[in-house]
Structure formats: C-alpha cells, structure tokens
Design a protein around this ligand. Structure first.
Ligand code: AHM
Ligand code: MG
Length: 356
C-alpha cells in the first residue's frame, strides 16, 4: 500500500498557517485564490494554440468575456478573483500604470497584492514556457483602501511571494518565509500537489543565463564576469553551460533546481537609463525573496535586491540572481571595473519616492 501523504497546496498553506495561532485565515484564503487563478490561466495557456485552428468564435467564455489576449486575460482573472474578498487593500499589476484600488463596494483587508500576470510575453505565441509572478506585502499606511505607500515597500518586508510556470506541466512555487515549496498541477483532478518540498538551490552550479546578444552593451565588469562563468577568464573555476529562454520564470526555475545564475544587467547605452529591463516590483522582488529562502542571493550589482527602497511602481532594476557565490562574484567584478556605471546606477537606486 502507498503510504506517502498527498499534500494539496490548500493543505500545505493551512498547515503552515497553523504555526501562527492568531492568523485570521485571510492570508490562507489569499494563497488559495492565487492558486485558483493559476489553474484558470493554465487552462487558457494550454488551449491558446487552438485559437488559430478553430478561429475566432466571437463567443463569450465561461467568465463572461470574449476571447482576449492571453496576458490581458490573465491580468483580469487575477484581479477579479481577488478584488472582492476583503483580504486586500490595494492591487498593483504590471499591466496597469497605477495602483488599482479595491472597488468601493467591496470590503478591504490587510494585504497588498502585486503581480505580473504573464511574464515572458514574447514567448506566448511560440509555445515556450511563460509564467505568472506574485508578491504579497502587508498594509502599512493605515488607510482603508491602501495607497502607493503600501505597495512601494522593500522586498525584505514581503509576507509571501511565488510564481507559476506554465511549462510541460504547470507548477506553482511559493514561499511565506518558511522555505520554498513547489507544487505540480495534476490536470486530472485540477489540484496542485506538493512535488518539490523545501527547495534549496544547489551549491554546485550548472548554468548561467544571459542574453548574450547584448554583450556589446555590457560593462567591462559584466563581460569579465561572464567570461569567468564560461571558464575563459584567468581566474575561472567553473565552465558553465549557457541556457537562456527569455522567460524570467522559466530561466529562474531551471536555475533554482539545477544551480546557476540569471543575469540581466544594467548598462550605459543610454547614460540616464543605467538600470536594465527587469521590473523591481513585479519581477525582481518576488524572485529575490524566493531565491534567498532557497539559500541563494539576488543583487542589482551594487547590493541586495531585498534592501532596495522602491521609488516608482514601474521602477527597473538590474538583476543578477541565483547561487549565492556566483552572484557575489558578479558584485566583485563590477566593483573592480565599473565605477562609472555604479555612480550612475546608485543615483537612480537611491531616489526617494515623492509624496509618501
Ligand atoms: P515581459 O514582461 O515584457 O515579458 O519582459 C520580461 C521578460 C523576462 O521574462 C525575460 O527574462 C526578459 O524579458 C527577456 O528579455 P530579452 O528579450 O531582452 O532578453
Ligand atoms: Mg514581465
């Protein structure tokens, strides 16, 4: 007889919350809701290719809307599952310019939800893995409806974060600050089942992930660092393979399980934009929280991502994330040669939000 226990994501969240006897259940409910949104998005992602075969139907789907672009669909589903539950005071999505208040007719709660509904959008139409990223802060403003102040908190203050990867199977990986746990969606029963408890990023790395096509734009420190990873720098101790999908969730997930580093650095192509492409609030914060919970490290090249006080909802950030030693080595190379970039980027990093 098989005796191993089957742990659904609901059971896991509940068991973790039982360690906090005063927990109201709101947080547990919020995690359930995110998992539910993930199941719905996963279904749509799986049948996205059929649209081309079956054509536009002009019909409404079960959620009462016409077919729409997948990323907008995902954005809408996450919002609509969470806007009325009384668990959140404010929501922010990568798809919206501003924070989205909880509508007046609904109650509010103590949590703040930030999300990137479908990351890796250039991969959607070519059947390559994409993902959803989410992060949860606690309300600090004391305002019923929540404000930008509640949203613009450093990642060190996160209550929870995670992602969903829509790959050869769908997985949800999350942390509430008690380790990182991965669940695989069993499509037969529609449940996320615990498949990867207590994920630790391996000490021995296998991969580095960078868009090598941009090497011409990189600073000297990043060029030397990547040569070091490749095994062609005089001080190299590794000779890593390059794997780059162009979906942060997928690149991060592989490196989390296999060991390695993902690099999307800043550069001086446009001196007033030394910060690279990644979004601090919707991409980097959640991943930084997760990687630290798994024993790794995330840096912007100057210091920890967790310590950055955000100044803008759509703030960009250089991102070097993965096995701790590898990320620290990047900081070392940058310190050695990139003084001009450090000065330009630090001025951006240290900006303070207006009116908070
Ligand atoms: P998106 O939010 O528009 O999808 O962009 C974010 C994505 C990341 O998932 C990925 O790591 C990166 O952009 C790839 O960028 P590039 O094509 O410049 O290598
Ligand atoms: Mg994105």
């Amino acid at each position: 007889m098989v005796t191993s226990k089957i742990v659904t994501i609901e059971r896991h969240i509940l068991e973790q919350q039982q360690q906090f006897p005063h927990a109201s259940g709101a947080f547990t409910g919020l995690m359930y809701d995110i998992a539910l949104a993930a199941k719905i998005i996963s279904q749509e992602v799986n049948r996205a290719g059929l649209e081309d075969i079956l054509g536009e139907t002009n019909e409404h789907n079960i959620y009462g809307e016409r077919q729409q672009k997948l990323d907008l669909f995902a954005d809408d589903i996450i919002f609509r599952i969470n806007d009325h539950t009384g668990r959140l005071c404010v929501i922010a999505s990568e798809e919206n310019d501003d924070i989205v208040p909880i509508p007046d007719q609904f109650p509010t709660g103590n949590y703040v939800l930030l999300y990137d509904p479908l990351d890796g959008s250039s991969n959607i139409d070519v059947n390559v893995s994409i993902g959803t990223i989410f992060a949860v802060h606690r309300r600090i403003s004391g305002q019923d409806r929540g404000t930008l102040k509640d949203v613009l908190q450093p990642a060190s203050q996160l209550a929870a974060a995670g992602y969903v990867i829509y790959g050869s199977s769908t997985m949800m990986v999350y942390s509430t600050g008690q380790g990182v746990h991965g669940f695989t969606l069993d499509p037969r029963v529609g449940e996320f089942l615990l498949s990867h408890p207590n994920i630790r990023i391996p000490d021995k790395p296998m991969y580095y992930s960078a868009n090598q096509g941009y090497e011409k734009y990189w600073t000297e420190g990043i060029k030397q660092y990547v040569a070091w990873l490749q095994g062609i720098h005089k001080d190299s101790i590794y000779s890593l393979s390059n794997r780059y999908i162009g979906s942060l969730v997928a690149d991060f997930h592989r490196n989390l399980l296999r060991g390695g580093v993902f690099i999307y650095p800043g550069d001086l192509r446009e001196p007033d934009k030394p910060y690279g492409k990644m979004r601090l609030m919707f991409e980097a914060q959640a991943m930084a929280f997760l990687v630290e919970q798994a024993g790794g490290y995330a840096s912007d090249g100057v210091g920890s991502i967790l310590s950055i006080q955000p100044h803008d909802l759509h703030q960009r950030v250089p991102l070097i994330i993965g096995s701790r030693d590898l990320v620290q080595k990047a900081e070392y190379f940058i310190r050695q040669t990139d003084a001009e970039w450090i000065e330009a980027y630090t001025a951006y990093r240290e900006r303070r939000p207006a009116d908070l």
